[in-house]
Design a protein around this ligand. Structure first.
Ligand code: PMP
Length: 444
């Protein structure tokens, strides 16, 4: 549409081609649920920097806490000494842990680094080598995290050899079995647990298997919540064989799905919990949490990293925890989630779109709309073949033209809704309206 600005042209020349980009623009400011661009555009943000600025952009209390910490102590290095915000953050997190056994913390910077640490811990604690992850799972871009990632080949294509000793099993998502979404959930759980049993009988013996790794709502694989019965089944299999259960709540954690941690919905106990993204509302911070009985087995000095648990990030995270309480953020997630589901299901039920939308799903404010896609509708003529190709990215593009920043996910035709957890009723309704108009315009 508009001519490329000199700054965008500069970026296109000098920023690596290895990065993909949703839009050729320069973001200049974030305020609550809105972002602004150099070209004057202002958009309602349903992406939150991929589920990070969950309290909105530049929440004043979080930004002030970070700024104050900047004037006091920016960096101390976790292998030199404790620092205050690190310990105060643990004080805030202990009471909201999804299981009381989770009492031993290690902070890192990114989700990938925390995943790496969790894999290293699982290997050394169990004395076993192999890891089982989910087909459709996403855990990051470092070598270990990339090896356990099974959501898109673009993340690993050409980068092999990856970390060895990784096996995968299908996540309980109907696409894994090539059937439509109406599939019976109990059957999906049974089939998926059976596939895992086969992996443990045919590919990696339980005595060689250190851990099973799962996102309780698969994120980059399509925003599909794992049924509680599946997670309970995993816990049983792990208990039976002495395998550790690593729960990756990098995207689902910290209020995103309506509870502090998604795993609370099933009541399943993680052996290792991995968190990041929303933890410090945009400052880099991740965490690996386990129980002392396990982490006491780690040799001092075997874990660490220059920026791990940075003081400014931890100070911001302490403020995030306080804002969650003061502003009753989880209550807002529940209320807005209901409105979001109401809006999307009524869109799905309206005659002019119904056959295009095959699934509305999610928990809290981690919600997806899936459009019919040739990947499986070819097997089922009852599903509408007249939906345009690349429906999800067309809708996302149309939304942006109308002032709503929204993302797709997975190899399927899925749009994901990850608005700020403290979004107002009016802004949520506005975004839903733009989305509905965009879907109709693309179908027209
Ligand atoms: N795990 C999950 C579930 C994620 O969604 C992501 C990031 N999208 C990661 C791990 C990796 O985190 P990071 O990008 O901070 O390395």
């Amino acid at each position: 549409s508009s001519a490329t600005s000199p700054l965008v042209a500069f970026g296109q020349k000098h920023v690596t081609k290895g990065l993909g980009r949703l839009t050729e623009a320069v973001m200049t400011k974030g305020e609550g649920s809105y972002v602004s661009f150099e070209d004057g555009r202002r958009m309602l943000d349903f992406s939150c920097g991929i589920g990070v600025v969950n309290l909105g952009h530049c929440h004043p209390k979080v930004s002030k806490a970070a700024a104050d910490q900047c004037m006091n102590l920016v960096h101390s290095q976790c292998s030199i000494a404790f620092h205050g915000p690190y310990l105060h953050l643990i004080e805030r997190l202990l009471p909201v842990m999804p299981h009381p056994s989770l009492d031993s913390f290690f902070f890192w910077s990114s989700g990938s680094e925390a995943i790496e640490a969790s894999l290293k811990m699982a290997r050394t604690i169990t004395g076993r080598q192999n890891i089982i992850s989910m087909q459709g799972g996403y855990h990051g871009r470092t070598f270990g995290a990339m090896a356990v990632t099974k959501s898109k080949t673009v993340y690993s294509e050409g980068f092999a050899p990856l970390m060895p000793g990784v096996f995968s099993t299908p996540f309980p998502y109907w696409h894994q079995y090539g059937v439509p979404p109406a599939t019976n959930e109990d059957e999906l759980v049974q089939k998926s647990l059976y596939q895992l049993e086969l992996v443990l009988k045919q590919q990696t013996a339980p005595s060689d298997t250190a851990a099973i790794l799962i996102e309780p709502v698969i994120g980059e694989g399509g925003y599909v919540p794992a049924p509680a019965a599946y997670l309970k089944g995993l816990r049983e299999i792990c208990d039976q064989h002495g395998i550790l259960l690593i729960i990756d709540e990098v995207q689902t954690g910290y209020g995103r799905t309506g509870k502090f941690f998604n795993i609370e919905y099933s009541g399943v106990r993680p052996d290792i919990l991995v968190i990041a993204k929303g933890l410090a509302n945009g400052l880099p911070l991740s965490g690996v949490i386990s129980r002392q009985e396990l982490t006491d087995k780690l040799k001092p000095g075997s874990m660490g990293g220059t920026y791990a648990g940075n003081a400014v990030s931890c100070a911001a995270a302490v403020a995030v925890a306080d804002v969650f309480k003061e502003e009753k953020v989880l209550d807002n997630v529940q209320a807005r989630s209901q409105e979001l589901f109401d809006s999307l299901t009524s869109l799905q039920q309206s005659a002019d779109v119904s056959s295009a939308i095959v699934d509305v799903r999610g928990q809290g404010l981690m919600v997806a709309v899936e459009f019919a896609s040739p990947l499986y509708s070819a097997n089922d003529p009852a599903l509408n073949p007249s939906v345009p190709k690349n429906m999800a990215s067309r809708v996302a593009k149309r939304c942006m033209e109308k002032g709503l920043l929204i993302l797709t996910t997975s190899i399927y035709e899925v749009i994901r809704f990850i608005p700020p957890l403290n979004i107002s009723q009016a802004d949520l309704a506005k975004g839903c309206g733009i989305f509905a108009d965009a879907v109709r315009e693309v179908l027209r």
